[in-house]
Design a protein around this ligand. Structure first.
Ligand code: MRU
Length: 386
């Protein structure tokens, strides 16, 4: 099943705060509630947050009391601000809400009625969610090309089906290797403080029957120095134009130790995670979260009451520590300025082609002549080398 989906006029999602103990579906029917689901991490993982933001814009459109389309656009712009503020680091969120707002603007420019705009927004959010699944599978198979049979992978945080709409980014590569019959083994970082590795990645890999061991975050350096890791692999919440990668706190030191030990490092990201507006990782906003994430494990207080805490949720790994960035358009290698731009442009062309196909179909035009690849079809693999 999907991590996040639209049902009964609501955004519905797996409540990831409760896994692996309980499997509960939570529903949200207002923009503020959808923003809360993101802020409080019912849903987490950059692409899953993006899809939730898209459905949040649908909620905004349905709830709008605007008398005309200009009023609806104003309500959607306000909703975008609320949703984007829920979590600052993952750029997929503002990317998705911008895409929905653009859809509405295009519809209004073409003279659509209020109801037609609402319908177009729901269709766009569903398309975005469908594309996410297809994109993940493409990324997974591109990434599998660089994973040798018999490899030991080191993985941080959770990048599986739970972090996206379905399949996964870095764990998608693991699932693709399994589909190809490769024997692989995954060292699963527990990922303090919220334990996405222990709670979510271990749960997903065990269900998929992929060989793994859960390790304390502090064990990673020892495993790399003693030859037990062949590839370090993770996702990202934002990639700057120069290839600097923001991901879950603790990723940076994996990159440094991997370099020290000659181990390749791959980030696996949909192009929606690439932010060409930011020249380097120093510009990426780093979310700071509540002290209780550090002072509690579950219900248990593990530090003195009122201890001062600093809890940055992400760090930035400079691009010099990254071997390659796997996207749905192929694997980007240095110089990343060029290869990331190529990947982003290819993906944007794909989205435009899908949109014009759809609007052509809506207008009853003959669209048999288009040769564009749909966003859900697989293109041939490309290596985005310089
Ligand atoms: O705070 P989270 O759990 O949302 O952080 C998630 C990560 O850091 C993932 O590695 C990232 O979103 C990439 S997953 C597809």
């Amino acid at each position: 099943m999907r991590t996040v989906f639209w049902k009964d006029q609501q955004v519905q999602m797996i409540d990831q705060r409760l896994l692996p103990g309980e499997f509960v579906i939570a529903s949200f029917a207002t923009v503020d509630e959808v923003a809360r689901s993101i802020r409080e991490m019912y849903v987490r993982g950059a692409p899953a947050i993006g899809a939730t933001g898209a459905y949040g814009m649908v909620v905004a459109a349905q709830a709008s009391r605007a008398a005309d389309t200009a009023g609806l656009l104003a309500d959607l712009a306000a909703a975008k601000e609320v949703l984007d503020a829920a979590r600052p680091t993952a750029v997929n969120l503002s990317w998705a809400t911008a895409r929905l707002l653009e859809t509405a603007e295009e519809q209004v420019a073409n003279g659509a009625t209020l109801e037609a705009v609402r319908a177009a927004l729901l269709a766009e959010a569903e398309t975005l969610a469908d594309e996410d699944v297809a994109i993940n599978r493409r990324m997974g198979f591109h990434g599998a090309e660089v994973i040798p049979d018999g490899a030991n992978l080191l993985h941080h945080c959770n990048t599986g089906a739970l972090a996206v709409v379905d399949f996964g980014t870095a764990l998608g590569v693991v699932f693709a290797c399994q589909e190809q019959g490769k024997n692989i083994h995954v060292w699963v970082d527990e990922t303090r403080p919220r334990l996405q590795g222990a709670r979510l990645t271990a749960w997903e890999l065990m269900r998929a029957e992929i060989p793994m061991h859960l390790i304390a975050d502090n064990a990673a350096g020892h495993l790399m120095r003693t030859g037990k890791v062949d590839v370090v692999i993770f996702g990202a919440d934002r990639v700057a134009a120069n290839g600097d990668v923001a991901n879950k706190i603790g990723t940076y030191k994996l990159g440094v130790v991997a370099r020290e030990n000659g181990i390749p490092v791959y980030a696996v990201v949909p192009t929606s995670t690439i932010d060409l507006n930011l020249p380097d990782g120093d510009q990426i906003p780093i979310e700071e979260r509540d002290a209780s994430e550090v002072t509690y494990v579950g219900e248990t207080l593990i530090a003195p009451v009122d201890v001062p805490v600093y809890n940055p949720a992400f760090d930035v790994t400079p691009h010099r520590y990254i071997t390659g960035i796997v996207t749905e358009e192929g694997i980007c290698y240095p110089p990343f300025e060029k290869s990331l731009r190529q990947a982003k442009e290819a993906a944007e062309a794909r989205i435009r082609a899908t949109r014009s196909q759809r609007s052509g179909a809506q207008q009853g035009q003959d669209h048999h002549s288009t040769s564009a690849t749909s966003a859900t079809e697989s293109p041939p693999a490309t290596n985005l080398t310089p």
